[in-house]
Design a protein around this ligand. Structure first.
Ligand code: ASP
Length: 342
């Protein structure tokens, strides 16, 4: 039998190659990231801050791309890029996360493997320096997908992860943002919490999608959520299918914006579904969800997403004034941008 197979592959080398799984080890590599969408305009940005954001995006791209270039997996590349942004106080993830209504930092993150649809996520954690690393551990070491709050932190300890005090996440800028949001909602008629605050504030969620040498796609997202969020609120980022999704057959997606709308649209997976069941391109599908469905549901200024397909086609639509974003494509070209007109 074996010799027959050998003879077959000798006679029909192309056919057998075509029938082989995508994991050739020679697939073109690429990475795309975002650092949040929102009311980011040139007039509100100092040249200094503009430069800092671009440098930070570049550093995250380089960290992720280095993994891919060394032959590493897309999951590891996503994690490496996100970790850089979590550690950077410029972004609303890890250090520099926004504050909730009670003055705490509660972090959410998710990661997904597009080859087998395995995923891991954490929500509402308060003492995890790099929530993306904990999300990865949930995926790798438990039969579960999403762990929350103190349970997630118990699991982190059991895995030997050091916890950090809340003070680690503090930045004056985010604290001032909360004070402003609290002041703005004071004096509003009725129960302020029903007039949902936070939209438009606290942008800076981070995300990444990577494509590795085996043609495998992974996606991840990490965030502090929305400034002044209430009562253990969880956004779209750790909800698989809403703010984070990956399927190597279609694309990887990471979203950023007012999470409630992303959850209600199941935005990330719907992009994948349009490709899978309707044969749409990544461009058509991502634009449909972010520029049309999201706008129809919540209006403009609701967010954006990054998406990349199996061939490395990248789309980064947003309906806000700006989105911190960048990629290194399959040709090795690097691009970093902030505003709409770039
Ligand atoms: N999508 C995040 C959330 O709703 C926030 C953001 O992306 O700015 O938690």
């Amino acid at each position: 039998m074996r010799s027959m197979l050998w003879l077959f592959s000798l006679l029909f080398p192309v056919m057998t190659l075509a029938a082989a799984p995508a994991a050739t080890g020679k697939h073109p590599i690429a990475i795309v990231i975002h650092g949040g969408a929102g009311t980011i305009s040139r007039k509100d940005m100092t040249p200094e801050r503009d430069k800092q954001y671009r440098a930070a995006l570049k550093q995250a791209l380089d960290a992720g791309y280095a993994v891919l270039k060394q032959g590493g997996k897309s999951l590891d590349a996503v994690q490496a890029a996100i970790r850089v942004m979590e550690d950077d106080p410029l972004f609303n993830a890890g250090k520099g996360a926004v504050f909730d209504h009670a003055g705490k930092n509660e972090l959410d993150a998710a990661i997904m493997d597009g080859t087998n649809l395995k995923a891991g996520a954490v929500a509402g954690v308060q003492h995890i320096k790099n929530p993306i690393d904990l999300a990865r551990l949930v995926m790798d070491k438990t039969p579960h997908v999403l762990l929350i709050g103190s349970g997630a932190e118990e699991f982190a300890k059991a895995q030997g992860m050091a916890l950090v005090p809340q003070s680690y996440f503090f930045t004056q800028f985010r604290w001032d943002e909360l004070q402003k949001a609290l002041k703005d909602e004071k004096g509003k008629a009725g129960e302020a919490q029903h007039d949902y605050p936070g939209g438009g504030h606290g942008f800076g969620t981070v995300g990444a999608v990577a494509l590795d040498k085996d043609g495998d796609i992974a996606a991840g997202t990490s965030t502090g959520g929305l400034t002044n969020k209430y009562y253990g609120r969880v956004g779209d980022s750790p909800i698989i299918g809403a703010g984070t999704y990956a399927n190597t057959k279609t694309c990887g997606v990471s979203g950023t914006g007012t999470g409630e709308f992303f959850i209600r649209l199941d935005l990330a997976k719907t992009i994948s579904d349009l490709m899978l069941y309707k044969g749409q391109s990544v461009q058509q599908a991502a634009d449909q969800l972010v520029l049309h469905d999201l706008v129809d549901l919540g209006g403009t200024d609701t967010g954006g997403a990054i998406a990349m397909d199996h061939d490395g086609n990248i789309r980064m639509p947003f309906n806000t004034e700006g989105m911190y974003r960048g990629y290194i494509d399959t040709a090795g070209k690097q691009f970093v941008a902030i505003y709409k007109d770039e």
